[in-house]
Design a protein around this ligand. Sequence first.
Ligand code: AP5
Ligand code: MG
Length: 191
Amino acid sequence: MLNIVIFGAPGSGKGTQSDKIAERYGLQHVSTGEILREEIASSTDLGKLADSYMSKGELVPDCVVIEMLEELIARNKGAKGFIFDGFPRTVPQGEALNQLLQRHDETVTIVVSLEVEDEELVDRLLKRGAISGRADDNRKTIESRLRVYYRQTAPLKDFYRSKDLLKEITGIGSVESIFESIVKEIDKVIV
Ligand code: AP5
Ligand code: MG
């Protein structure tokens, strides 16, 4: 199996690149943010709980997302592999993912981190907010998402660097050129 983690700040292009990677390598795209937004749209109990965090730009508690992921992996046992987008987001989530994959005799193959400076991130998200109206794409929530990223999620880079899995890639430029750089790194670890 090929198990890729795509990592990066809000607006760094995780979703955009994950779609392309999933298609290229035949992987199951797992976006915890998308799953949670679907729960919110369906007004489920999980959605209501998630909304109370997401609307403030805070992380949904680890136990909630870890359980979600456990179910998803179990349901997709036949998959060729996964691209994890927006998960893990804390060190405990990173540890949980390792344990979860280990149970299926699997590991994380590579972690791709998209590097984009804050100004560009805010710009992209404000622009998307003006068009698509994702509820958390407003200035106040964007600022909170960025703070949360640096405080709670960025420490995972050291976690994966120490396991020699981290590949940092410039997330600025055309979607195609960034994709090409990602493919180069993935192809190095699968051949
Ligand atoms: P999530 O849905 O994961 O959102 P995010 O991390 O804030 O990131 P985005 O989805 O906004 O950005 P992206 O990196 O996917 O970039 P995209 O490709 O869309 O999480 C949302 C919330 O859910 C969290 O705040 C949290 O509350 C909760 N949550 C989710 N997972 C969780 C977890 N594991 N634990 C706890 N809580 C969790 O691109 C952004 C924009 O830029 C788009 O408009 C795109 O068209 C544009 N763009 C993309 N690439 C380029 C480029 N190269 N040049 C110019 N523009 C570009
Ligand atoms: Mg996304």
